[in-house]
Ligand binder design. Sequence first.
Ligand code: ARG
Length: 488
Amino acid sequence: MTESAESDETAVRRDRFSGGPARGFLSSLAADQAIFEADLAVDQAHVVMLAEQEIIEPHTAAEILGALDGIRTDGHGSLPEGEDVHEAIETAVIDRIGPEGGRMHTARSRNDEVAACIRFRLREGLLEVAAAVAELRDALTGVATEHVETVAPGYTHLQPAQPTTLAHFLLSYEQALARDSGRLLEAYDRVNTSPLGAAAFAGTPFDIDRHRTADLLGFDGIELNATDAVSGRDFLIESAADAAALGVTLSGLAEDLVIYANKGFVEIDDAYASTSSIMPQKKNPDTLELIRGTAGDSVGSLAGVVTTLKGLPRAYNRDLQRAHAGVFETLETVADSVDVAGGAVATASWDVAALSEAAATGFSTATGVADRLAASGVPFRTAHEVVAAAAETSTGEVTPAALDTAAETHLGESLFAYLSRDELEAALDPGESVANRDSAGGPAPAAVRSQLTHANSGIDDTRDAVTSRRASLAEAADRRREEVTGYE
Ligand code: ARG
């Protein structure tokens, strides 16, 4: 056995720093599995650029690229010990081809390397969530299309407030999710710039081409200042915040569906429900509750990354090693939540009769009656008082007679000086009330149809945005492969 094998010395880490009780604590190798593929891509792009810039010989580049191929085939699990994936891959390259492999790390540092890997990996995560959100929005508009005329109760403070339609309610979540999609895609565009070539934080004397590596990795440009390029992790905060905002949107949708299931308005498909292990009659909306719970993970992840990054000085500090893995994980968890929410929405069955009956309870048309009086010339505040007085004095349903009595008291004349009996009946009818609310964004069927058109075109836009970003990443991967193949 050689000296170095006994002491766990690697090509990268000299004997002095190779062992010791804190070795495992220092290592991110296990968590770095998430950036194994990213690191190989970053290595390939860097080596190709070094050869093109005549910083290393083409035959050396060929040997390193060949070693990297072998390392990819063997997989992350076969890497040698190391403080992280970057060191382990470099060690593996040197193990395979000897000291010439050490030229791979010319003109770079693990600082710019890891920052490039994080951004590379995060792009996939963001696109996966954005794509999933588009499908959930599609599920919502699909159900909404079927229920443009389905009158439903609308709540404030969980109390019956005004009638609306099921379509209008569902599209309220589609619109929120459209913003979530937009935020994720905007974050993507800020993530998609290359820090590679910043080296440790102070650049390099070698004549590198940062734009070339950026291009080979599918980045839209470079993070120019080398110190910021390695230090900056605000893109992690932004991604985590977008995931948290999405988690909160999803938790609201899940909570509403739990409540609606409880009221008998909707039945969650068996595939998205669970049973009790003891109470045979139970069917519980467990998937929705887990979606609601997952929002907690995403909010926690945001708090974690912000706390880790706060107060870090320039340029690199090892705290940074703890900042990204949680964000990758959260994006995956949130993407799963989005998928499940889409399935639950698409398969749920709505009880149109129960919704319509509930829409008529709790004097939900009170605002409509006040609006009708205001339209006939009564100041809205006075109309509000008349209807409020009728509601206060009525024990059950608010009748035209009760409203008329209130009008005599507050207006000094009959209600029917302002509107006909038919007009009053119409104002008291939930369906008529909904049909009247045809302002832009309102629940009247015509207004909802234009919201549907807007929503559907927004979904197409999101899908196109995801597709074009994925295509440009695939093109960069092709360019990389072609260059690498050229060295074989
Ligand atoms: N594993 C490290 C990380 O994730 C890589 C960078 C190490 N750089 C250093 N200067 N120790 O941050």
